[in-house]
Design a protein around this ligand. Structure first.
Ligand SMILES: NC(=O)c1ccc[n+]([C@@H]2O[C@H](COP(=O)([O-])OP(=O)(O)OC[C@H]3O[C@@H](n4cnc5c(N)ncnc54)[C@H](OP(=O)(O)O)[C@@H]3O)[C@@H](O)[C@H]2O)c1
Length: 301
């Protein structure tokens, strides 16, 4: 080949190559980064899917590697994960690793939550008289360790990170149950009240400090994440809930009921007298507690 032609083709090839690399680098650089705690199943996994589809890089943390691997195979290279248990302080190191791998964090979603204190039906005198109080305490502590201690631990880490970054968006997946004590799972609803009130207090702190750190309190009703939720009233399919939560985050809503009709229900729950509330809870709460919760996981509202 003529030398001039050779140089021409070499330079052309090199510039095509460099353009491609630059484009890829810019794309990665421009992509927003979201961390999702508790993304191996249910709402968290659905959110990961929605965020990846919308061009985000997603970093996920939870305990079940098999499920996380399956999610990675489905969502592709924009989804990365680390193993971690929010009950364990060392999980913060895994979150740090995720942030390093992603190259930052714009949105931090604390979704991990459990409802283990619903393992025992507490509603009749006969049940109460023979209740396994020791087991109840173990279940309650498990809920508190995940939904209260784990939640505040993750939130504090995110807040510190966002304060140093001088901006950010924290999202907590609380529940409609935050508004009134649920007789099917008193510790769970108390833990969700903690999450919502905690977020309210911190939102005020950031507003008073004039820092652009947003906090969105997501309060789902019944979402179809679990067999125990099947047949519950107003149950929302997972994809509808995922999209609604994504939109609430995009518009930086302070509190978002998922879906919106649950807001009216929550207002109603706050105002009805105890007798009406108890009637509603016994007729429309989770009814299938004779199902083995050890095998089923836990139904959640
Ligand atoms: N489903 C509903 O109807 C509903 C209604 C209102 C509120 N919520 C709230 O929505 C959130 C998600 O519920 P879901 O129905 O999607 O439940 P889910 O399907 O059981 O998913 C829970 C997620 O949290 C993770 N997780 C649980 N404990 C963890 C721990 N100690 N450390 C790290 N990750 C942990 C689980 O992953 P690993 O098991 O892999 O760790 C899983 O990815 C919860 O906070 C729940 O309270 C749900």
């Amino acid at each position: 080949m003529h030398k001039g032609l050779y140089y021409f083709f070499s330079i052309a090839m090199l510039s095509v190559f460099l353009t491609k690399i630059t484009k890829a680098a810019v794309t990665i650089y421009e992509k927003k980064k979201v961390i999702i705690i508790g993304a191996s199943s249910g709402i968290g996994r659905e959110l990961a899917s929605v965020f990846v589809k919308n061009g985000y890089l997603v970093g996920a943390l939870s305990r079940n590697e098999e499920k996380l691997k399956a999610a990675q195979e489905e969502f592709g290279e924009d989804f990365i994960y680390e193993l971690g248990d929010v009950q364990n302080n060392e999980s913060i190191d895994s979150v740090k690793t995720l942030i390093t791998k992603l190259g930052g964090c714009d949105i931090f979603i604390m979704n991990a939550g459990i409802w283990d204190d619903a393992r025992q039906d507490l509603h009749t005198k006969a049940v109460l008289e023979t209740l396994d109080w020791k087991q109840l305490l173990i279940d309650q502590q498990n809920v508190i360790n995940t939904n209260v201690t784990g939640f505040s631990h993750m939130a504090n880490f995110a807040f510190e990170y966002f304060v140093q970054q001088k901006q950010g968006h924290f999202v907590g997946i609380s529940s409609v149950d935050a508004v009134r004590g649920n007789p099917w799972a008193p510790t769970y609803s108390a833990s969700k009240a903690f999450e919502s009130i905690f977020m309210q207090g911190w939102r005020s702190i950031f507003e008073m400090a004039e820092l652009p750190i947003h906090i969105t309190d997501i309060r789902p009703g019944f979402i179809a994440t679990h067999p125990l939720n099947e047949g519950m009233f107003w149950i929302e399919p997972l994809d509808v809930a995922g999209q609604a939560i994504f939109e609430a985050i995009q518009s930086k809503e302070k509190i978002a009921y998922i879906t919106k009709r649950w807001e009216t229900f929550a207002q109603y729950l706050l105002t009805v007298p105890d007798a009406t509330y108890n009637f509603l809870a016994s007729n429309f709460g989770i009814r299938s507690l004779d199902i083995n919760l050890e095998n089923q996981g836990s139904a959640i509202q």
